[in-house]
Design a protein around this ligand. Structure first.
Ligand SMILES: Nc1nc2c(c(=O)[nH]1)N[C@H]1C(S)=C(S)[C@@H](COP(=O)(O)OP(=O)(O)OC[C@H]3O[C@@H](n4cnc5c(=O)[nH]c(N)nc54)[C@H](O)[C@@H]3O)O[C@H]1N2
Ligand SMILES: Nc1nc2c(c(=O)[nH]1)N[C@H]1C(S)=C(S)[C@@H](COP(=O)(O)OP(=O)(O)OC[C@H]3O[C@@H](n4cnc5c(=O)[nH]c(N)nc54)[C@H](O)[C@@H]3O)O[C@H]1N2
Ligand SMILES: [Mo]
Length: 750
C-alpha cells in the first residue's frame, strides 16, 4: 500500500462522501452530523448546542473522519435476524472486530445460556427480570460495574448511584486503561485531575509539546490549532518513538490553503525509546535549571518541593538520562532551548505516557517541567491530557470511580438521606482478577468492550467465563460479546445519544459541559440507557424489599421511575457534584458551561495550601534492551475507534492489514526475519503466529508496534502500581521466523 505523505486532506474529503452514501445520502448524513449533540468520539468537545462540527470557541466546520465513521456506524440497519441462527459463539469468535461491528445495530435483547451454541432473542421483560433476579440473589460485593466513556453523565450518575445503594463500590470506568495516570498524577501536583486550561488558552500558546500521542488520527480537530500555531510562527515539539505522518504534515480539510498545500505540524520531532519519556523529561528539566531558565520566584512562592526537585535533578547524571531515554544530549538541549525561549507553553500528552508502569511519574515529570517556568496558573499555558472517549472525563466527574471524592460521598448521603458503602471498591483490572478467582459473580457493563480492552486476552476471557451473569448495554456487536461471556450473558440494545428521547450532557477534556438534545430513534427496539438503568434499579429495589434485604432502605430512598427523566438526574447532579451547579438549568437555558475550580489562570491551586506540589523520581530501567528483545507498543490506526475496527488498512502508516508487526529495518536484520515474511511474536501473556513483518523505518530501532486490540493476546497484566493502568505501550517481545517454530503451521493463529 502506498504511504500518504500527509494526514487529512483529500482522502478525508472523499471519505466523507463515501460515508454519507453508506449512511443513506448526503442530506441525511449532513443532518445527523449537524444535529445538536456532542460528538460521539473523542473528548475534544465538538457539537452540542452550537450544532455538530462546531468547537468550543464556535469554529465551524470542524470535521474528522472518525466522527463520521461513528455516525455512519450508528446509522446502520439492524442486525439481520438470521445472523443469530447462522452464527453461534464459535462462529462469532472467528469474526474480526470489523465484521462484528458491521453486522449492524443491536435491536433486540439477546441471551446466551450455558450449553447453547449462541445467543437467542429474548423479550425485554424477561431480560430485565433475569438481571434483577440475579442481582437480588448475589451479594453486592459479588458484582462489578464497568462504564465506558461513551455514555452520558446522566446514565453514568444514575448507574453509579444505584450500584452504591445496592451496596458496592466496585464501580469503575475505562479510564483505568486510559488516562488514569493523568488523573492521579495531576491531582498529586495541582489538586485537580484534569486539564488546567481551556481551548482558548491553547490557541494563545506559542509552544505546544505533544508527547506520546498521535492526534493527527486520534484527535484530528486538534490539528487546526497546531496548524494555526505554526502559521503564526510558533512551535510544536512532538515526542514519539514513531514518526507519525500526520504529525509531520497535515492537510486540514476545512482550510483551503491547508487542503491544497498541506501544513507543517512538528517544528521538532524527537524519538525516544518506548518508556524513555520520564528520563527525557528529567533531562529537559535538568537542562532548564542548568541554563538558569527556571522561574525561581514562582517555584519558591507558588510550589512546594522545589529544593528537593533541584537536588534530585542535580544528582541525576546525564549518562543515566541519555541511556534510559534513548535521546541525545543535543536533542535535550534543543528542546530545552525551545522551551526557554517560549512565553506561553502547553504540555499535552496521551497514551504513550499513560500506558506505562511509570505512567503517573511521567505525568508528574511533565507537570514539574511546566512548573519550572511557571507555565501552570497563567493564561495561554498549562497542562493538557488529551482525553480519549467523548465523555470519559464526565464519567470520572460524576462519580464513576471506586472511591468517591469526599464531597460527592457526603452530598450523595445527605441529598438522598442514605448511607453509602465504605468497603474499598475494585478498579478495572481488579474486577477481572476477582472474576478469575471466583470472588465476583455478576459483571454489568454500560457500553465499551471490557474483554477487548484488557491485556492478556486469554486470561480476560477465562475470568469473565467464571461469572454467573454478564450484562452488556451496547449499540453494536464487538469482540466482548463473543469472547467476554459469562455462564449467562445478556446484551441489551441501547440508543446512541443522538437518538435518545431526552437531553443528556457530556464533558470535554477542557472541562466544558455540552448539552445533547437527543433526536428521533433510527430503529425500533433499542431503549435509552437511562430508561434501562432506572427500570433495573426499580426491579431490584422491589425484589430486595420483598426479601427485607438490608439495602432496602437506601434503594427505596430514590423513586427510580422518576429517574427516567434526565432532568431529574441533572437536578441531583447539580446538588451533589461540585462545580456542576449550572447543570440544573441547562435544559432551559441551553447554556453550556465551564466547570468551576479546574482551570488555573492564576497560580493558586486546588491543594490544601494552594501551592503546586513538585515531585521527584528515580528513573526506571529501560525495558526490552536485552539480547533478542524488542520493545512493543500497541497502537490504533485511524480506521478504528478502540476495539471497533471500521477499516482493516492504516492509511497514514501505509499498512494494508492488521495482523502485522511494524519493525525498523535494523531490527528486521537483527532478528533474521524478512519484510513481508511471517513471524511468531512471543510476549509475556502469549504468542501470536502468522504475523507479517512490515518494514517501518519511521519507528525508532529497538522498538516495534502492533495493533490494539488484537495484540492484547501478548500483553501481561503488569500495572502501574499508582494508577493501576496496564503497560500497553511497553511490552518486551521476541520475534522468530515462522519456520523456526516447530509445528507452527499446525497451530491456529491467535
Ligand atoms: N481514530 C481514533 N481516534 C481515537 C481513538 C481511536 O481508537 N481511533 N481512541 C480514543 C481514545 S479512548 C484514546 S485514549 C485516544 C488515544 O490516542 P493516542 O494516545 O494518540 O493513541 P495510541 O494509538 O494509543 O497511541 C499513542 C501514540 O503514542 C506513541 N507512543 C507509544 N509508546 C510511546 C512512548 O513510550 N513514548 C512516547 N512519547 N510515545 C509513545 C505511539 O507511537 C502513538 O503515536 O484516542 C481517542 N481517539
Ligand atoms: N493493548 C491495548 N489495549 C488497550 C488500549 C491500547 O492502546 N492498547 N487502549 C485502552 C484505552 S485508551 C481504552 S479507552 C480502552 C477502551 O475501552 P472501552 O471503552 O471498553 O471499549 P470501546 O472499544 O471504546 O467500546 C466500544 C463499544 O461500545 C459500545 N457503544 C458505542 N456507543 C455506545 C453508546 O452510546 N452506548 C453504549 N451503551 N454503548 C455504546 C459498542 O457496542 C462498541 O462496540 O481500551 C484500552 N485497551
Ligand atoms: Mo482511551
Amino acid at each position: 500500500m502506498r504511504k500518504v505523505k500527509q494526514g487529512g486532506g483529500w482522502p478525508a474529503v472523499w471519505y466523507t462522501l463515501r460515508k454519507a452514501r453508506e449512511a443513506g445520502g448526503l442530506l441525511r448524513f449532513w443532518r445527523a452530523m449537524r444535529s445538536r449533540n456532542a460528538c460521539k468520539t473523542c473528548a475534544l468537545g465538538m457539537g452540542g448546542q452550537s450544532g455538530g462540527m462546531v468547537n468550543e470557541l464556535g469554529h465551524f466546520p470542524e470535521v474528522c473522519k472518525k466522527s463520521m465513521q461513528a455516525m455512519a456506524a450508528d446509522m446502520q440497519g439492524a442486525i439481520k435476524p438470521d445472523f443469530w441462527r447462522r452464527f453461534g459463539l464459535r462462529e462469532m469468535r472467528a469474526m474480526s472486530p470489523r465484521e462484528l461491528e458491521h453486522a449492524g445495530r443491536l435491536t433486540e435483547p439477546m441471551l446466551h445460556e450455558p450449553g447453547q451454541p449462541g445467543y437467542r432473542p429474548i423479550a425485554w421483560e424477561d431480560a430485565l427480570g433475569r438481571i434483577a433476579a440475579k442481582l437480588a440473589e448475589v451479594t453486592p460485593q459479588e458484582s462489578f460495574w464497568y462504564f465506558s466513556g461513551r455514555s452520558s453523565n446522566e446514565a453514568g450518575f444514575l448507574l453509579q448511584t444505584f450500584a452504591r445503594l445496592y451496596g458496592t463500590n466496585n464501580v469503575n470506568n475505562c479510564s483505568y486503561y486510559c488516562h488514569q495516570a493523568s488523573g492521579v498524577g495531576l491531582t498529586s501536583v495541582t489538586g485537580s485531575g484534569t486539564a488546567t486550561l481551556t481551548l482558548e488558552d491553547l490557541d494563545q500558546s506559542d509552544l505546544v509539546f505533544v508527547i506520546g500521542g498521535n492526534p493527527a488520527s486520534n484527535h484530528p480537530r486538534l490539528m487546526r490549532t497546531l496548524m494555526d500555531l505554526r502559521r503564526r510562527g510558533d512551535k510544536v515539539v512532538v515526542v514519539n518513538p514513531l514518526v507519525e505522518t500526520g504529525m509531520v504534515r497535515f492537510a486540514v480539510p476545512s482550510d483551503v490553503r491547508s487542503l491544497l498545500f498541506g501544513s507543517e505540524i512538528a517544528s521538532r520531532y524527537v524519538q525516544p525509546h518506548i518508556g524513555g519519556d520520564l528520563a527525557m523529561l528529567t533531562g529537559i528539566a535538568k537542562q532548564i535549571v542548568e541554563l538558569g531558565a527556571h522561574d525561581e520566584g514562582f517555584l519558591t512562592s507558588c510550589c512546594s518541593g522545589w529544593e528537593a526537585l533541584r537536588g534530585k535533578l542535580a544528582a541525576t547524571s546525564w549518562e543515566e538520562i541519555l541511556a534510559k531515554s534513548g535521546v541525545t544530549r543535543d536533542e535535550i538541549d534543543q528542546m530545552a532551548a525551545d522551551y526557554a525561549a517560549a512565553k506561553r507553553v502547553v504540555f499535552s500528552w496521551t497514551m504513550g505516557i499513560t500506558h506505562q508502569t511509570h505512567g503517573v511519574e511521567s505525568v508528574q515529570a511533565i507537570a514539574n517541567l511546566a512548573l519550572l517556568r511557571g507555565m501552570v496558573g497563567r493564561p495561554g499555558a498549562g497542562l493538557l491530557p488529551i482525553r480519549g472517549h467523548s465523555n470519559v472525563q464526565g464519567m470520572g466527574s460524576i462519580g464513576v470511580t471506586p472511591v468517591l471524592k469526599q464531597a460527592i460521598f457526603d452530598r450523595l448521603e445527605s441529598h438522598f438521606a442514605v448511607k453509602l458503602p465504605t468497603e474499598p471498591g475494585r478498579d478495572t483490572m481488579d474486577c477481572i482478577v476477582g472474576a478469575e478467582r471466583g470472588e465476583l459473580k455478576v459483571g454489568f457493563c454500560l457500553g465499551g468492550n471490557l474483554y477487548g480492552s484488557n491485556p492478556d486476552s486469554a486470561y480476560a476471557a477465562q475470568a469473565m467465563s467464571q461469572l454467573e451473569q454478564v450484562v452488556y448495554l451496547s449499540t453494536t456487536l464487538n469482540t466482548g460479546h463473543a469472547h467476554g461471556v459469562g455462564k449467562e450473558t445478556l446484551i441489551l440494545p441501547v440508543l446512541a445519544r443522538d437518538e435518545e428521547p431526552y437531553a443528556t450532557t457530556q464533558e470535554s477534556m477542557f472541562n466544558y459541559v455540552r448539552l445533547s438534545d437527543g433526536g428521533p430513534r433510527r430503529l425500533d427496539g433499542p431503549r435509552g440507557e437511562v430508561e434501562v438503568i432506572a427500570d433495573i434499579a426499580a426491579r431490584v429495589t422491589k425484589l430486595l424489599s420483598d426479601k427485607s434485604a438490608p439495602q432496602t432502605g437506601g434503594l427505596a430512598a430514590i423513586d427510580w421511575d422518576s429517574m427516567r427523566d434526565t432532568g431529574a438526574i441533572r437536578a441531583a447532579i447539580a446538588k451533589i457534584v461540585p462545580g456542576f451547579d449550572a447543570i440544573a438549568k441547562i435544559d432551559a437555558t441551553k447554556q453550556e458551561f465551564q466547570i468551576d475550580g479546574r482551570t488555573f489562570h492564576t497560580p493558586r491551586f486546588a491543594t490544601p495550601d494552594g501551592r503546586a506540589n513538585l515531585q521527584t523520581h528515580a528513573l526506571p530501567e529501560l525495558r526490552g534492551a536485552g539480547e533478542g528483545e524488542l520493545r512493543l507498543m500497541t497502537i490504533r490506526s485511524e480506521g478504528q475507534f478502540n476495539t471497533v475496527v471500521y477499516e482493516e488498512h492504516d492509511l497514514y502508516r501505509g499498512v494494508e492489514r492488521r495482523d502485522v508487526i511494524l519493525m525498523h529495518p535494523d531490527d528486521i536484520g537483527r532478528f533474521g526475519v524478512s519484510a513481508g515474511g511471517k513471524v511468531t511474536v512471543g510476549g509475556p501473556a502469549g504468542r501470536m503466529q502468522h504475523i507479517t513483518v512490515v518494514a517501518h523505518p519511521e519507528i525508532r530501532a529497538g522498538n516495534a508496534a502492533m495493533y490494539f486490540p488484537e495484540a492484547n493476546a501478548l500483553i501481561s497484566r503488569q500495572l502501574d502500581p499508582r494508577s493501576k493502568t496496564p503497560a500497553f505501550k511497553c511490552v518486551v517481545v521476541r520475534v522468530t521466523p515462522q519456520e523456526q517454530v516447530p509445528g507452527a503451521d499446525l497451530i491456529a493463529s491467535v
